[in-house]
Design a protein around this ligand. Sequence first.
Ligand code: NDP
Length: 488
Amino acid sequence: MAVQTQVKTFLNYVNGEWVEASTNETISCINPANKHDVVGNVQKSGKEDVDQAVAAAHQALASWKKLSGAARGEFLYKAANILESRADEIAETMTKEMGKTLGEAKGETLRGVAILRYYAGEGMRKTGDVIPSSDSEALMFTTRVPLGVVGVISPWNFPVAIPVWKMAPGLIYGNTIVIKPAQEAAVTAVKVIECLDEAGIPAGVVNLVTGTGSQVGQAIVDHPQVNGITFTGSNQTGKAIGQAALARGAKYQLEMGGKNPVIIAADADLDLAVDGTISGGLRSTGQKCTATSRVIVHEDVYDAFKEKLIAKVKELKVGPGLEGETWMGPCSSEKQLETVLSYIEKGQAEGASLLYGGQRLEAPEMKDGFYVEPTVFENVKSSMAISQEEIFGPVLALIKVGTMEEAIELANDVEFGLSASIYTTNISHMLSFINDMEAGLVRINAETAGVELQAPFGGMKQSSSHSREQGQAAMEFYTSIKTVFVKG
Ligand code: NDP
């Protein structure tokens, strides 16, 4: 048990100042590797704090949107350099706060740097088209204008990358921001905002208000001066946010859950497939919206694949993310651990066979953390809860099939459609998969969980509100098209 000597309290960032919440309350962010270790306290804000942040963002909008894209980009380049120089410290905070391994946290922080630089460059790229007018003496073209004040509601699983991939395009296209990060990862988010502050971003352009979703998040969603809301998290919360935004005519963008399949064809390179299944399904303790959770394997290679998979899963080292040899850290919170354990129980109750794992890890050095074994089920039917619902934990469900048609049909037999992958050496299988898979991201001979910042990202079906984030696709949400007709 770690003894806390001094726990730092982090403040909200409103109108360019670091301020306490009006409530005088704070929330403790704890280390999921050791619940007695308080990583920091953050403000438990209320509606009044949101009102002040939105007022500041509204006030800052006129001058921020008047700047050229290149000038706005300069702030993002500076913030990128500062984030890069603080990458080790911020990655360590992330690992302490939500549990992913230090290597993954460092990789994510550097991805945040790359995203900032990518969007800084976008400030100098085209945002419109010339369209031939039917009047030969006129010039017709499109330009884009910012949405206005954008509310960012982010989850805990990518505490740097998600806030950055939502804020950076928002800012470069001339919007101002009010962000509420998830409580479980709020200290990391504060540090990201510190980088923007140190970069000299004008007062009010970015505002951070920490607190609960039900208080702070809801107040942002309902605020009449918030013109758009971008959210990543659960389907339940996302849908409620979408409905509230729709009711008052605000634009919204929702990235929600996944139940992502990997198909292993009879002609697959099995070693590659095993590595991709483990990395896609179990890295980050399975807490990625793109994590692999259903493993659909052709019967001809089922036994061989299963044997290789289990042999490698047994080797995975679970432990605190800060320790160099750890491959998989704890679940991010007690609530998350309980969810995972409840699905493991449900899987057994519904008749799936537990092949490996399934237990909470409670050795003396782990008993104060939220650790669970990497877990593999077989004899899973598509109708079972572990095959249909997002678990967000290190749980793989093996499903045996006889044909590729059956494999794709089962892969599509869920309400989600975020990412999907196939391991095969057969070009016809690849093409059917690309054509028939109902997912926003389809990957061949690569794990489900790879996302590149310069490419559109988002899901089909219940996985998103059908818009796309990242790359140039982000422009759609953060701007409105204005069609201009000029006659001399
Ligand atoms: P939530 O969807 O509840 O949380 C995501 C964000 O929304 C957090 O910042 C949260 O605040 C905020 N929020 C919660 N309620 C409201 C509200 N009424 N109005 C506005 N904002 C709100 O997810 P959880 O963290 O509770 O995780 C539950 C499950 O969601 C996971 O098990 C996983 O299945 C899924 N999930 C999916 C993610 C993805 O990447 N697609 C990411 C995270 C979770 P706060 O939590 O601080 O109260």
